[in-house]
Ligand binder design. Structure first.
Ligand code: GLU
Length: 555
């Protein structure tokens, strides 16, 4: 090969590029970490938000690194200008932060980063990509390609017509056989060009991807002369940026969507050409859902509201519960672990590549709500109060004011049937709490809709409520209180003993359950609530009286 000529060509293609691959190797040395420490990255485009699928992969990256005291970093892939928006990095960081996923290195806002392996945004790495591409040109392993879109279409049409493999390779790779002089002349004449790999691969030979989650997958070697650097903006393709960035940032585990599996032969060749150690690959499954028509399809950021992380924020689903749920999607053995360790911290669970569902996982909001319900049932009343205050401040001002002005009272309300081994499980989200407790607060109980069902006669309801008010206001002890209710039943012709009632229902107007029901509904408007005695003690005598009167007035 004519070294002088190649140098002339490389200098023409990459004017001003003086640093070499070796220089960069020195600038970004191997990380000083224990052998088992994983270095992972989340590499989104700066689109301003993460959706559930990308949150899941960021969380998996984070967890994989955390579990080994490794590094999880944020790299912004902005080589596709169409996907960038203003403040797109800040939005991503905020979404991650809502789930306590804070990168240990990489971009920290629109412009700045921490860490020794930057720049962490691809548009600022142009020089580095060019230095790598230039080295390939110097070694005769890359070349400028001048084919226009029309010429590429023509090649494809011929391949389709002859039923040949599609792509720019072998004898179809026109510019591969241009002489160096021809290439130099074209560039000097101002022709646009892309930079292509001169593939050394053989399609008839096999290579193997050792996927950490999927096991071994066999492929033909790559023989495509893929584009490394694009013509218009001179930015790298995904393939080339993956090589340069993940090598220089010393990524140990590339965890990415399964749509990249098919590109592995290209990546294997690129790493081989530079004699770089191949990172470990983990290809993650797609997050699916069953839609209204019963069809299983990919969870869509456009169509599915539950795909946006904003949805969980608005619904008041605790971010920790979302993470617990994401881990059930991430690792098939997590749910069992959670059942066995209901109050253990997620940090204690070790994420396992082998337990990744590779066939795609179903996103199930019901299951998420159930996890959220279990989680909320284990918080203390004051944790509920504090978190609810934050949520209502943003989304329910009326409730926020009520909570703010009645802290001690609210704590008693949230403490109803909380604690102990079998806490009450009713709240599914912060948003849902109001519906479970509104009746405890006068300000939220202005126009109740009383749901009387069993005993509906106005007169009878009045008799029960008045009898209670006249004789049975003593709340000092639950047993005494309940005995009095039973006494009241006997005096009014209701069965105080359920067994007797079931034997001879015709002897009674109804049962103690129906009478308690009237008291419950008059107090709360609802037929189902937690323990009536607890509710009464928290409301207190005065309020009970007011509530009963309010109810009778509304009948
Ligand atoms: N920017 C790429 C994507 O969002 C990153 C893929 C990867 O993690 O390598 O698909």
């Amino acid at each position: 090969m004519n070294n002088e000529k190649l140098k002339e060509l490389a200098d023409l293609m990459f004017p001003g590029i003086t640093k070499t691959v070796e220089d960069y190797e020195k600038m970004y040395p191997e990380r000083n970490l224990p052998e088992e420490a994983r270095v992972t990255r989340f590499a989104p485009s700066p689109t301003g938000f993460v959706h559930m699928g990308s949150l899941l992969s960021a969380f998996e990256d984070y967890k994989a690194a955390r579990d080994t005291n490794g590094i999880f970093y944020l790299r912004i892939e902005d080589t596709d200008g169409k996907r960038s928006i203003e403040n797109g990095i800040t939005g991503i960081l905020n979404d991650l932060k809502n789930f306590d996923i804070v990168p240990m290195e990489g971009m920290i806002d629109e412009e700045n980063s921490t860490g020794e392996y930057g720049p962490y945004i691809q548009s600022e790495r142009q020089e580095i990509y060019h230095a790598f591409a230039k080295e390939l040109v110097l070694r005769g392993l890359a070349y400028p390609c001048f084919c226009t879109a029309a010429e590429l279409d023509e090649i494809r049409e011929i391949q389709e017509l002859n039923k040949e493999r599609i792509g720019y390779y072998g004898s179809f790779a026109k510019c591969r056989s241009l002489s160096i002089d021809e290439a130099i002349d074209k560039i000097k004449a101002g022709a646009e060009f892309t930079v292509r790999l001169k593939s050394q691969g053989d399609f008839n030979k096999k290579i193997i991807l050792h996927d950490e989650a999927r096991g071994d997958i066999e492929f033909p070697e790559n023989d495509l002369d893929i584009v490394l650097i694009k013509s218009t903006d001179k930015l790298p393709t995904y393939h080339f940026a993956h090589l340069v960035d993940d090598h220089l940032m010393r990524t140990t585990h590339v965890m990415r969507g399964e749509e990249w599996i098919a590109s592995f032969p290209i990546h294997a060749e690129l790493f081989k050409v530079f004699n770089f150690k191949l990172p470990k690959y983990v290809h993650l499954g797609i997050v699916m859902k069953i839609d209204e028509t019963g069809t299983r399809r990919k969870l869509s950021k456009r169509k599915d509201k539950e795909a946006s992380v904003e949805f969980y924020h608005k619904e008041g689903i605790p971010s920790y519960a979302v993470k617990l749920y994401l881990m059930t999607i991430a690792n098939s053995n997590f749910e069992e672990w959670l059942d066995n360790n209901p109050s253990a911290d997620l940090e204690e669970f070790k994420f396992d590549f082998k337990k990744i569902s590779t066939s795609g996982s179903l996103f199930d909001v019901e299951k998420l709500l159930n996890i959220s319900k279990n989680y909320l049932s284990r918080l203390t009343a004051s944790e509920i109060y504090d978190n609810l205050l934050i949520w209502t401040k943003e989304f329910d001002n009326e409730f926020y004011e009520v909570l703010l002005n009645n802290k001690d009272y609210a704590l008693q309300v949230f403490n109803i049937e909380r604690g102990g081994v079998k806490p009450r499980k009713d709240y599914t989200s912060y948003k849902s709490i109001r519906n479970f407790v509104f009746y405890m607060f006068d300000d939220l109980f202005e126009n109740p809709n009383y749901e009387f069902t069993k005993i509906t006669d106005k007169k009878e309801i009045e008799i029960i409520l008045n009898t209670y008010l006249d004789n049975y206001m003593d709340l000092s002890d639950k047993d005494t209180w309940f005995n009095k209710i039973k006494e009241m039943c006997d005096s009014l012709g209701y069965a105080s003993n359920m067994k007797e009632y079931k034997k001879n229902p015709e002897l009674f107007k109804g049962s103690v359950a129906d009478v308690s029901g009237v008291l419950r509904i008059a107090l709360t408007s609802l037929a189902n609530t937690p323990d009536l005695y607890l509710i009464m003690t928290i409301l207190g005598k005065e309020k009970i009286k007011e509530r009963f009167e309010k109810c009778m007035n509304s009948l």
